[in-house]
Design a protein around this ligand. Sequence first.
Ligand code: CA
Length: 513
Amino acid sequence: MAPAEPQYIRINARDNVAVVVNEGGLPAGTLFASGLELREDIPEAHKVALTHLAEGDAIVRYGEIIGIASRAITRGSWVHEGLMKLPEAPPLSSCPLATAPPPALAPLDGYAFQGYRNPDGTAGTRNILGISTTVQCVAPTVEHAVRRIRAEILPRYPHVDDVVAITHPYGCGVAIDAPGAIIPIRTLRNLALHPNFGGEVLVVSLGCEKLQPARLMAASELPILESEPSYAVLQNAQSGFGEIVANIMMLAEKKIARLNENRRVTCPASDLVVGLQCGGSDALSGVTANPAVGFAADLLVRAGATVMFSEVTEVRDAAHLLTARAATPEVARAFVREMAWYDDYLRQGGADRAANPTPGNKKGGLTNIVEKAMGSIAKAGSSALMAVAGPGERVTQKGLVFAATPASDFICGTLQLAASMNVHIFTTGRGTPYGLAMAPVIKVATNSGLARRWPDLIDIDAGRIATAEKTVEEVGWEIFLTVLDVASGKKKTWADHWGLHNDFALFNPGPVT
Ligand code: CA
């Protein structure tokens, strides 16, 4: 329920702005318990000036400068985009390297989930046959085969959850030897080896494409057995479409039969690889959902799991805070390297980090990328940064890991899957029905209005923190326990309930030919 009293949330004692949390916003003349009076109407999740600000003054939220006042702002006024300038991004050359790594958090023992143990030691949260593709040319054919496999084969193998075709626009008509090509290629390779695929690999190739199966995966990962090849080549077919589809279905059934022998076993929480993301954020993201996810991230780290955060443009303005938090100077330097690579990538495209915030973010009270970044990194909790992975690389380290990805929901989700994510936590303020086929997505709302409007899409309502019904710690524990239940298949996310699975979206920084 909305609080009866007018209420704002100030995050840090240094902050000279706070966020109005009442649903529907508050009108001019509203008097707060603190004595602050609103000079004008302020929408929900937007900022109010707590002090008089002169032109050129720093506007501080999260204890960090999120903007410079472009004119005088009276106490009690609405602080919005039109009144502030974007500060410069922290220079990468002077980022502190592992100067303040937090001490290791106390271990959290005794938490486990029911998962699928894989031959390579990883654990799956689903038992899925993945069918990889080398090129877009084969995508409709594979999707046709998948529809028939679901209808004709899967009903006979009740222990297999699904068949997923990894289709994409890459594979040919691209500069496959360009430096950037390594990213989409290793993404596709690592997707094929995902822990939810139970160690079974099936690749469908056209035959003449640039991305040949042997280029996608090492021979040892793609065994060519007489009795059962791990890949099908469409152009080898001698008698048309029927033969092509029958061949894919025959290979798929052999693998499905083996997957059907798998059973869930008790796996320690340390086998979890949890990916964090936000999409459709608002100014409450950094107050409610992201801090609660951050608390859950710390619980997961304490339990020995891997927790990944990503989205380069949404951490860029917090680079100096994250490099200080790195466990070693090497980790901090790897982080700086990923930031520098992305700065350069954006520059080549004639853009910079200011291309982030969407119109919806701004409507939700997020003025600029600095404010968005400060709220975004709350997801990463308080533990030391243990490792950094490039886009599409597989993550094997435990603890908090930065997996560099663009902030686009689908590209980030795809790259986190390639990094071997087996549970995804997604926070949203504006609302999105986002979901992934390969791993369950737990959606956390930043505000209760969204959770009430979309009770059958939002899994957890963190808006209860703004209304003081719950604490960050309580919602954090709820998220942590939900991760274990969802990983065990005991609880279904709403996205899985409805079968909402967004497309795979590769990150290809290389040229198209
Ligand atoms: Ca995102």
